[in-house]
Each structure stands twice: as C-alpha cells, then as structure tokens.
Write a protein that binds this ligand. Structure first.
Ligand SMILES: *Cc1c(COP(=O)(O)O)cnc(C)c1O
Length: 406
C-alpha cells in the first residue's frame, strides 16, 4: 500500500491523534469524592453546591438568574411554560436541530411551526420567520446550531414587532458570544444542556438562564415541585415537578466551568484556522461566521460538501472515507425533524395538534439539502486539538479528494 492509499482501503490514516472527551483531572475527581464523603448528595432545597454553580453560571453568562434542572429538554420546557404558552399556540422552531427543540413544544400542547434555515449558516432564516407568524404565534426558539450564533438582532426585532417571546436553545453554545454578549443571555430565556456530548457536561443536566424576574420565579418554582424560593417544604403553589439536579452534578460542573473559556478559545481559533486551510479546497465550504463580533464555541465544525468536486461520491460515502482517515466526523441528521414519525403520524399522544396541522405538507428545502447532500460535522473534541491536528484534518479531506478525482 502506498502512503496515499485511502485508510478505508487499508492505507495509513491521515489523522493519527485521538481526541478524548470528557476532559478531567484529579481536581474534578477530588471535588466529587469530597462530596461523596460528605453524604450531602441530594438537593432538597436547591442550596449548597447547586446554588453555588447556578450563581457561577449566571455570572459567567451575564444574566441575572440561572435555574438548573435535569436536562436541556426540561429547561426548554420550563422556559416555554413560563412564557405563558396555551394549548394550540404556535412556536417557531428550525427543522435542523435535535428533536427536543420541537418535541418540548408538543409536550406543552402547542404546535411546532418549522421555518427553514439559511444556506450559509444552517440557522433560522429571519426572512422566513416573518412569513410564518400568525395570530397564534407566541414564541420563537432560535437554535445556535453547532454553536454558531443566530442573527439575534433580526430575530429580536421581529419578536418585538409581533410581541413574541424568544427562547434561545443554547445547548450547543456554552461560552459562545454574539456582539459581546454570551449566547443564551440575549433573548427572554436561554436553555443549556450538560448531556455527555455537550461542551460543558456532567453526564446529564440542564440550565435555563434569564434576567426576567417573573420568568425566574415561575421556572424556579416549577422545577422544585411548585415550591417558592425561601418558602416552606410543604407549601406548593404551582403545578411543578421534581426536576432538580444532584449536588454531585453541581460540583463536577463547577470544576468543568473553570475550563470552559480556555476550551472555547481553542476551538474558536482552530475553527478560524481550519476555515483558512479549507478555503482553497474545491467543493468544501465551511459555514459562514456572520459578522466579526462573535465567538464560535464549535460544538460542531460544519462544512458543506459538493459531490461534483469529489467524483459524484455521495456525502455518506465521503464521510465514511474521512472517518476511516481518523477524523471524528459524521454526516449528521439524515432528514429534517418534520420527517420524524412523531410529526408525520401524529398519534394519539399528539391530541393537542389541530386537524389542520399536517406535517406531510411541510417542506424546508435548505434543511433537506443540508441533510441529504451537504452537511458534514466534525465533533467538538476534535476542535480541541493542536494546529497540526487541523493541518491533518485538511490533509485528510485533500487526500480523499485526490483519490476520488485522480
Ligand atoms: C442536546 C440538545 C438539547 C437537549 O438536551 P438534553 O440535555 O439531551 O435533554 C436541546 N437542544 C439541542 C439543540 C441539543 O443539541
């Protein structure tokens, strides 16, 4: 085998480094061990290490409040309920995101309305949002997909003019910034996930941030079985549930938060460098970083693939070749969210969806093309590598291209 033989055919890999995730050291282990020995594992009154981490995270994001909860789906759900949605209200979501962004809308008996994404950012297209607004629309949920900030100025302007609430789904966006503000702190509320793949993790967990006193009071109470902050143990004022995290998660998150700025800086710089390396590779177009004033935490580094420049090889085959070269990558979602059985079939659990809503009629061509033909994802832990790792990623792509068009 020559050096240029593709790894998928038994050749040498272009990328030889591996990229561990999560990252931790003895200090993380010690913090959790100390907590285990203290016996204070539970979190009956949202105090102690949980309250400490909430304060740290709120300060970090520049928001007034942070409310932890079991995951980044429940945090979205709490924010929706607190925004005052009623059964049958419409909530605008992108179709190119994790299921939770849309399924929490169903869970609160509202109607997800899918609005297409922009071809160069894969984020909600503000011009399409305006066209989807009806008198039933109550909330917009922009997702900072991959960590790339949405066009928040345009989205907030639309929301203001139509009297809508904005909940940022920042599950990919811990530490990211838009015009000097942390993502998640710009809309009425911002939702984060600490699930194991995310840029800040404790295995599972979630957080919702806000600077709105009323939203805070409602969300805080709802995640703690309807109790009021500072209230009595047996006094329940709201129809809430137990969505509390454990002290074990909180101490681990406090340790992990110390690393977030440095990790975000590294990913952001590596992303810019990889953009420059791929600029002259025909058929590869990284998503565009709209404007200069942003920090991209690269939960994913996404580029657009054009098979015409790769001998007409499908995206799925191309990604299999790249993965074999040692690049931690994926072809991403195979189809947009509205193609999921839950929307196409609308079973008895979707009783709150009006008969007039038929997701078989939904078409978001940009999202569909991203899924089937275009989007390639590189995972965040790979973006924590060195500059020479980024060189190796670009080499892997060039190597595959060379093999396919020689
Ligand atoms: C991970 C994720 C969520 C939900 O997070 P969980 O903690 O897994 O419930 C929501 N939105 C997006 C975009 C996500 O990627």
């Amino acid at each position: 085998m020559t050096k240029t033989a593709l790894a998928i055919h038994g050749g040498e890999k272009a990328v030889k480094t591996t990229f561990p995730w999560p990252i931790y050291d003895e200090q993380d282990v010690q913090a959790v061990a100390d907590l285990v020995r203290s016996g204070q594992w539970g979190n009956p009154d949202c105090a102690g290490a949980v309250a400490d981490f909430e304060q740290q995270f709120a300060r970090y994001c520049g928001s007034k409040y942070a409310i932890s909860c079991v995951n980044g789906s429940v945090s979205l759900r709490l924010a929706l309920i607190a925004c005052g949605v009623r059964p049958g209200d419409e909530v605008i979501v992108p179709p190119y995101t994790f299921i939770a962004t849309a399924s929490v809308v169903l869970e609160v008996n509202c109607v997800p309305v899918f609005v297409d994404i922009q071809p160069d950012t894969y984020n909600l297209d503000p011009t399409a949002i305006e066209a989807a607004i009806t008198e039933r629309t109550k909330v917009i949920i922009p997702v900072h997909f991959a960590g790339l900030p949405c066009d928040m100025d345009a989205i907030l302007d639309i929301a203001r003019r139509h009297n809508l609430r904005v909940i940022e789904d920042a599950a990919h966006a811990h530490g990211g910034e838009y015009r000097g503000r942390k993502l998640g702190s710009i809309g009425d509320a911002g939702s984060f996930s600490f699930q194991s793949s995310k840029n800040l993790t404790s295995g599972e967990g979630g957080m919702v941030i806000t600077s709105d006193d009323d939203l805070y009071r409602t969300m805080n109470s709802m995640r703690n079985v309807g109790r009021l902050p500072g209230g009595q143990w047996y006094d329940h004022f709201n129809p809430g549930c137990n969505y509390r995290i454990t002290q074990l998660q909180a101490v681990l998150l406090s340790e992990q938060l110390k690393r977030l700025d440095e990790q975000t800086r590294i990913r952001n710089e590596n992303g810019l460098y990889l953009d420059s390396l791929l600029a002259d590779v025909a058929g590869i177009t990284p998503l565009s970083r709209v404007g200069e004033e942003l920090i991209h935490p690269y939960h994913l580094y996404i580029f657009r693939y054009d098979k015409a420049k790769f001998g007409q090889v499908s995206k799925q085959e191309f990604v299999a070749m790249l993965a074999a070269e040692g690049l931690p990558c994926s072809a991403g979602y195979p189809h947009p969210l509205y193609k999921q059985p839950v929307f196409q079939q609308k079973n008895w659990l979707c009783y709150a969806l009006p008969d007039t809503v038929d997701y078989k009629n939904v078409s978001c061509p940009v999202a569909e093309y991203a899924c089937t033909d275009e989007a390639v994802w590189i995972f965040q832990q790979a973006m924590l590598g060195s500059r020479s790792d980024m060189d190796a990623f670009a080499d892997a792509i060039r190597k595959v291209q060379h093999a396919l068009i020689k």
